[in-house]
Design a protein around this ligand. Structure first.
Ligand SMILES: Cc1cc2nc3c(=O)[nH]c(=O)nc-3n(C[C@H](O)[C@H](O)[C@H](O)COP(=O)(O)OP(=O)(O)OC[C@H]3O[C@@H](n4cnc5c(N)ncnc54)[C@H](O)[C@@H]3O)c2cc1C
Length: 439
């Protein structure tokens, strides 16, 4: 009887455990988890902060469903990996010997590197305990400053605003999320934030967080002081490599894995935010911090740990999210360059989005409804759909399945204002010959 050990009870770890149980009903499966909560939706934390869902709704499995998996739940931190001995040592000193191990330890916020970064009131948003802490602080309804870029910064800004906290958003550069959005898209988001009462400070950086033990305010690099009792920091995330690094697994920015999610150590697999997988479109090993990717990788890793030998093929990166209350879908390669507000990848992001190949940009817009298409030589390579989502599924399929759009390419370039109807008509015809792939 095999012993599988999974470290991390996020979506990658849990979905791996579910597949392992399906494929190997008699096996012993140990799930080592450090957070004191049952499995929950991490993207849902934004909805909790903004008071759109109660906490109970974040728990994505019932207790009965979790019990049915017949897992050996071990509430501890995996402290050390000894690949040659096939052992994981836990924080309580216990050693667990595995036949196959999955590292699904996720990622964590990059700590701030300014004085006062450790004051009470300086917060990040990695997990449920962080969200609870922020909600408690927000009850005082004074003022908050948020720094950083990407989705998490915006979620902090909107969550605090929704809770009645006067919220200042500091941007190092001229605009929001510059490595993914274009100027007009950033502008739409910024205008919506302002309309919600958020005060945006452009080209503004923090010199220090001020206070004795507790945060009292911030000082900017130009010497301006702003009183606040919450400082939300969202300057990027890093894969959690505490287990993998000392065990000398092959690393880049994450744990490098092959197409079966195998690491460089025998019988050790990695999946989710912590893993760095080859992207067939760019040919590069890239990082994703996407829920859907972590879920798919967890399932593939589970199957391969159980002996299936099914290669994992990275799908086109997709995120459907709300940006300042505006439904936005981001698909494939859409941006380039750097975002000064981020020191690494942010959450809900894919490095694939910023690996922009040669592409022509075509835009159709109606008020806040906006579609930006990135058109390669024969295929669509990316899209950002803001507002009206009618085209997001068709575009996702056309991009993911690399549909040959040669028949409409010239017309798209010649008449961007008709882009949406050209795509709709083309998709209707293309769809007839292309059955949706099974998930
Ligand atoms: C606020 C927020 C908003 C987000 N928004 C989006 C979004 O809009 N769209 C999107 O696609 N994605 C979003 N994400 C990202 C998405 O949630 C992650 O990509 C996904 O959760 C990654 O899953 P994972 O299982 O790899 O890691 P995680 O969910 O991070 O789980 C890893 C688990 O492992 C545990 N762990 C780590 N080390 C150890 C150890 N040594 N021992 C035991 N346990 C350990 C951690 O405590 C954690 O519970 C968001 C995330 C956050 C936090």
């Amino acid at each position: 009887m095999r012993h599988y050990v999974v470290v991390g009870s996020g979506v990658a770890g849990l979905s791996a455990a579910e597949v392992l149980r399906e494929r190997d009903p008699g096996a012993t499966i140990s799930l080592v988890y450090e957070e004191p909560h049952s499995f929950y939706s991490r993207p849902g934390l934004a909805y909790l902060l903004a008071d759109l869902v109660p906490e109970e709704q974040l728990f994505a499995r019932t207790q009965a469903e979790l019990r049915d998996l017949r897992l050996n739940w071990i509430h501890a931190r995996a402290a050390q990996l000894l690949p040659e001995a096939h052992q994981v040592v836990l924080s309580n000193g216990q050693g667990l010997t595995y036949d196959r191990l999955l590292i699904a330890t996720g990622s964590t916020a990059v700590p701030p590197d300014f004085p006062g970064g450790d004051l009470a009131g300086v917060v990040k948003l990695d997990n449920l305990d962080d969200a609870r802490r922020i909600l408690k602080l927000a009850r005082r309804r004074r003022a908050a400053v948020v720094i950083g870029g990407g989705i998490t910064a915006l979620e902090l800004v909107e969550g605090l605003r929704a809770r009645g906290v006067r919220t200042h958003y500091f941007l190092r550069g001229d605009r929001y999320w510059a490595n993914v959005l274009d100027e007009a898209e950033s502008h739409i988001v910024q205008e919506r934030l302002k309309a919600e009462g958020v005060v945006i400070h452009y080209r503004t950086e923090i010199e220090a967080a001020l206070g004795r033990k507790t945060l009292a305010g911030v000082e900017t690099t130009t010497g301006e002081k702003l009183p606040c009792h919450i400082l939300g920091v969202a300057i990027g995330v890093r894969p959690r490599l505490e287990l993998a690094q000392p065990a000398k697994l092959k690393l880049d920015r994450g744990i490098l894995v092959d197409e079966f999610l195998r690491t460089s150590a025998p019988d050790v697999f990695a999946a989710g935010d912590v893993a760095q997988v080859r992207d067939p479109r760019s040919g590069r090993a890239i990082l994703d911090t996407l829920w859907s990717t972590a879920l798919a990788q967890g399932r593939a890793a589970g199957a391969n740990m159980a002996g299936a030998e099914v290669p994992y093929v990275k799908q086109v990166a997709l995120n459907v999210t709300q940006l300042a209350g505006l439904m936005t879908t981001i698909i494939g390669a859409v941006g380039s360059g750097r975002d000064q507000d981020l020191v690494t990848i942010s959450r809900g992001n894919s490095e694939a989005w910023s690996l922009l190949p040669q592409a022509q940009v075509i835009i159709e817009k109606h008020d806040v409804n906006r579609v930006r298409l990135l058109v390669g030589e024969r295929t669509l390579v990316g899209a950002v759909v803001m507002g009206d989502q009618t085209l997001s599924r068709p575009l996702h399929r056309l991009i993911a399945e690399q549909a040959d759009i040669t028949p409409i390419r010239a017309a798209l370039a010649a008449d961007p204002a008709s882009a949406l109807s050209l795509i709709s008509d083309f998709y209707a015809e293309w769809e007839r010959d292309h059955v949706t792939p099974a998930h």
